[in-house]
Design a binder for this molecule. Structure first.
Ligand SMILES: [Fe+2]
Length: 293
């Protein structure tokens, strides 16, 4: 049995602090009405990424002491995918760190969705050029790790063939001999699969309303495409799916399947601070702990 730690983080979302700075009180009140804890902040230069740079470098300094086996970044690496400055900061920080410790990227809606929502062939291709594959698997120790593109699960309408390929990949991977023999099979995606239970409808909970300018059910994978994923995960005895997107910590558990949502490494939208999660696989058990930065 191999014991090790890894880091799971989400939403470093470089550029979001500047985007959310300098708002008037009416706009802030509207965000707060939709459950997003936006705080008043003086206007910043739109290219200022100092808060994100500070969060990233603080986290990376701490990783040096933790010495994780690998890092998984659960999406929204940047706020605007066409902003070269934002991508450059990710390359200079997590990208550099990845030269010595594997860094696994997960596609977020801000990385791969047109208008931060719906992926198409070009947006998927641009993402793959920058970050590599958007769904794949890897092994470490005796465990199997699966990276999924939940933006595609959320809105596959422009590239249904890609959705089918990803579902085939998930089924094939989970049914493989390697997965069957694995000590743990752990999945990662950007969107939480669900926020309360696996059968929840695509409606907003009062405690998790969608942002005012976004469709209902913005925070999770829709039921229609969640159900086949949950079925495959259950058949393979997957117990933990890590996610981000909501920019706050949350645990949803349904009949042995845990969805672990981690606050943003970048701009937090709930009461939890910015931070990351340390996941330990020790003596056959998976445990995890959030660490604020
Ligand atoms: Fe995000």
């Amino acid at each position: 049995m191999t014991d090790f730690n890894f880091i799971q983080m989400a939403d470093p979302q470089v550029g979001m602090y500047a985007r959310f700075a300098g708002m008037d009180s009416e706009t802030i009140a509207d965000f707060q009405k939709h459950g997003m804890n936006v705080k008043p902040a003086p206007k910043m230069n739109s290219n200022s990424m100092e808060p994100e740079r500070k969060n990233l470098t603080t986290a990376l300094d701490e990783f040096d002491k933790i010495d994780p086996a690998f890092v998984v970044v659960c999406g929204d690496m940047v706020n605007e995918f066409d902003n070269e400055y934002q991508k450059k900061l990710i390359r200079e920080t997590l990208g550099e760190y990845g030269k010595t410790t594997p860094v696994h990227w997960v596609a977020g809606n801000h990385d791969i969705g047109v208008n931060n929502l719906i992926p198409d062939r070009d947006s998927v291709s641009a993402y793959r050029d920058e970050f590599g594959a958007d769904y794949y698997e890897f092994s470490h120790g005796e465990s199997k790790f699966i990276i999924l593109n939940s933006v595609l699960l959320d809105r596959p309408q422009n590239i249904p063939d890609e959705h089918k390929l990803q579902m085939d990949f998930l089924g094939d991977t989970l049914r493989s001999r390697e997965s069957k023999d694995a000590e743990h099979v752990v999945a990662f995606m950007h969107h939480p699969l669900f926020l309360d239970n696996a059968n929840e409808e695509d409606v907003d909970f009062s405690w998790a309303p969608s942002p005012g300018n976004q469709p209902t059910g913005y925070w999770t994978v829709p039921l229609e495409r969640r159900t086949p994923v949950v079925k495959l995960l259950r058949e393979a005895n997957v117990q933990t799916v890590f996610a981000g997107h909501w920019h706050r910590n949350h645990l949803a558990s349904d009949n042995g399947l845990d969805v672990v949502v981690t606050s943003a490494l970048g701009y937090p939208l709930g009461d939890d601070p910015s931070g990351y999660r340390v996941v330990s696989l020790s003596e056959g058990k998976l445990t995890h702990q959030f660490r604020a930065i």
